[in-house]
Structure formats: C-alpha cells, structure tokens
Ligand binder design. Structure first.
Ligand code: FE2
Ligand code: FE2
Length: 373
C-alpha cells in the first residue's frame, strides 16, 4: 500500500486538501456519530493482569476534586499568560517572520499580543473538546474490551475525563474571553476512533495518539506558565493522563503479541496516518485568519519549517508518539514499515525520548504529594 493512500490524498503536502477540512461542519450545538464494535460481557472475573490491576489501584487513590482542590478565586491576567506562552516559542515566531514575503514582517507587539491571546483561547478550547472525546472513547472501552481488569481501569478513566472536561470548561468560561469550535482534524480522528469496530483501535487512537499529544501539550504549557491556577490544573490533569497513556501501552503490548503480520501492519498504518493528521493539520487556521493572515499562506509557511527542530510543537508531538510506538513494538514489526515512514518524515530521532511508562513514575509523584497534604 502506498503510504499516503490512507490519508485519501495524493501527497502529504496537498494544501488544498488540508484547507478543505476547515469547511467540515460539526454542528453548532451537537454532533452525532456512530460508535461501532461489540459490547462484551465477560464471565471471567479472575484478575490475571497485575499491571492493569496496579494502575486501577493507583487510580482509586488518586482521585481529586476540581471544585475544591483548585483555587478558582485566582484572578487570571490573560495577556500575561498568553505572552509567557508566546515568549517560549520566540524561535518559531522569528522563523515565520523571516520567510520571504511573510505578512508577519509588519507585525509589532500589539499584533503578536492579540495573536497570543487568541492562540491561548484556541488551545484551551481544543483541550476541552479533546477531553470530551476521551470521555466518550473511554466509555466505549468499558463496553468493548473483553478483559475485566481493563473494564475496571477504564471505568476510573471515565470519571477522570469527566473531571478534565469540567475543569477546562470552567477555566474557559470564567477566566478566558473566547471559545473556539473543535478543530476539524481532531474531530475527524475522534470520529474515526469511535466508528472503528476493532476494540484495540480505540486505545491506539485515544490513549496513544491523542493522549500522547495532550500530555506533550500540557507539559509544554505547564513548563512555561507562572499562572498558579492553570499550573495547578495542568499538574493534576497530567498525573491522570500519564496513567491513561500507560493503560494504553500495557494493554496494546499484550494484545499485539497475538496478532499476525497483516493485522500489525493495519495498526502501523493507523498510527502513521493519525500522526500525519496531527502534524499537518493542527495549524490554528481560525486564529491566524482572525488576526488577518490568509490560511493558505500560513499553511505553506508552517509546512516549510517542519524539519526536525524547526517547530517546537511538532518536536513535542513526535517525542511522545515515536517512543510509544517503539514501546508497543510497532516501529520494527513486520519489515519495519513504520520505522521507514518515520525516517522518511525526519522524526525517527525521537525514538529514544522517554516513553510514557518512564514518565509515568515522575508524573505520578503529584499523587504522592496530594496524599501527603
Ligand atoms: Fe483527559
Ligand atoms: Fe486522559
């Protein structure tokens, strides 16, 4: 199979196809989609998966309450937080400005400040929508996984995700000044995951790809912001997310061992397609356009600087996805198809970044802290 066939476009650089996604309508108040896959009742209640069992025990003692453990009385200076974040990606801003005929050459501080505030609203809005996607996908896992230990853990993840939707919605409503609708590519990926009838694909799409990306994005924001409410909110959410990615890795490691070559190839293709979707398409078109920059122009500009190290958001994305695929055995399975693809797009160097199981121990420390208080 040609590597780009799965994306339904002739070439990963097909800008017209990227722009066409912006026109997809997901509704103003509701979006209906179909969840496929059998709902499985198991009569095997024996606890045979100690790794999942340990995560479940951890989840039960790591619950937190966003209403009482976060200080919602804190006043947020949106401009200050937005500027902190923009400052952290100054290199990206400089590279975009330096491109020939860049419309950003004429931008001064007021334009960058407006852009930074809109970008902050946009990111928090996508976190909110992504969290709702996680809530629904995990509820689906409770139904479709045949393993009792996985049903138990997934049930704890459902309440975790409800809490995440709740705290992001509250932050957006009470501290920020604008919501954005869901990014088309994020929603297309969530729809793909819900529509797929293979139960393990929910884990691959949500726990590995989307939650891997979320963990990278939360980590970036947590590292650069000094805003105490946001910092605390992200720290709590990240400690849950690390558990969720670990759940995906543990479950898929076991399941993939029983699959044949053609089934493994399907998983490799799914992982590559999802990674490309996120790399090429999370471009904040609506934000750029609101700030007067043509979406076609910014798409070309962003695609021209995506070599390794060129864009910190892409570096963060692949430094999660590549090591997690390696941990699952997907990089070198079969004839090493996925290794070749990641090499071709210049991201194989991230294979030795810490995988989420390693990070989990560090992030889980917040639970120790909250228990100790
Ligand atoms: Fe979440
Ligand atoms: Fe999660």
């Amino acid at each position: 199979m040609d590597k780009f066939e799965a994306l339904g476009r002739a070439d990963v650089n097909d800008i017209a196809s990227i722009l066409a996604d912006d026109a997809i309508d997901f509704g103003t108040t509701e979006h209906h989609t179909v969840a496929r896959g059998d709902t499985v009742l198991t009569w095997d209640y024996e606890r045979t998966r100690p790794g999942l069992s340990k995560l479940y025990e951890r989840a039960k003692t790591s619950q937190w309450n966003g209403s009482t453990q976060l200080d919602w009385s804190i006043e947020v200076d949106i401009e200050k937080v937005a500027t902190e974040m923009q400052g952290a990606v100054q290199g990206l801003r400089d590279r975009l400005t330096a491109i020939d005929n860049s419309p950003l050459k004429s931008w001064g501080d007021p334009e960058w400040t407006k852009f930074s505030i809109e970008a902050f609203n946009w990111r928090m809005s996508q976190f909110l929508h992504g969290e709702q996607g996680a809530l629904l996908c995990t509820a689906k896992i409770v139904n479709t996984t045949p393993w009792i230990d996985a049903k138990y853990f997934a049930a704890t993840q459902v309440v975790d995700e409800a809490r995440h939707v709740e705290v992001f919605a509250r932050y957006l409503d009470t501290k920020l000044d604008g919501h954005y609708s869901v990014n088309a590519n994020l929603q297309l990926l969530i729809d793909d995951i819900l529509n797929d009838n293979r139960w393990d694909m929910t884990y691959m799409g949500m726990q590995i790809m989307i939650e891997g990306l979320a963990l990278a994005a939360f980590g970036f924001m947590h590292a650069v912001t000094e805003e105490p409410l946001l910092k605390s909110l992200l720290r709590y959410v990240m400690s849950d997310e690390a558990r969720h990615v670990a759940f995906g890795v543990l479950s898929l490691q076991e399941f993939y061992q029983g699959l044949g070559n053609s089934e493994i190839r399907e998983r490799q293709e799914f992982a590559f397609e999802a990674a490309l979707r996120m790399r090429d398409r999370l471009m904040m078109h609506t934000v750029w356009e609101k700030c007067g920059v043509d979406r076609g122009m910014i798409t070309k500009m962003l695609m021209s600087i995506r070599e390794p190290g060129g864009n910190p958001f892409q570096a963060a994305l692949f430094s999660k996805i590549v090591p997690n695929c390696k941990k699952l055995g997907l990089l070198d399975a079969g004839d090493g198809w996925l290794r070749e693809r990641f090499t071709e797009i210049g991201v194989i160097e991230y294979e030795n970044a810490p995988d989420t199981e390693v990070e989990y121990a560090l992030l889980d420390a917040v639970n120790e802290e909250s228990v100790a208080v």
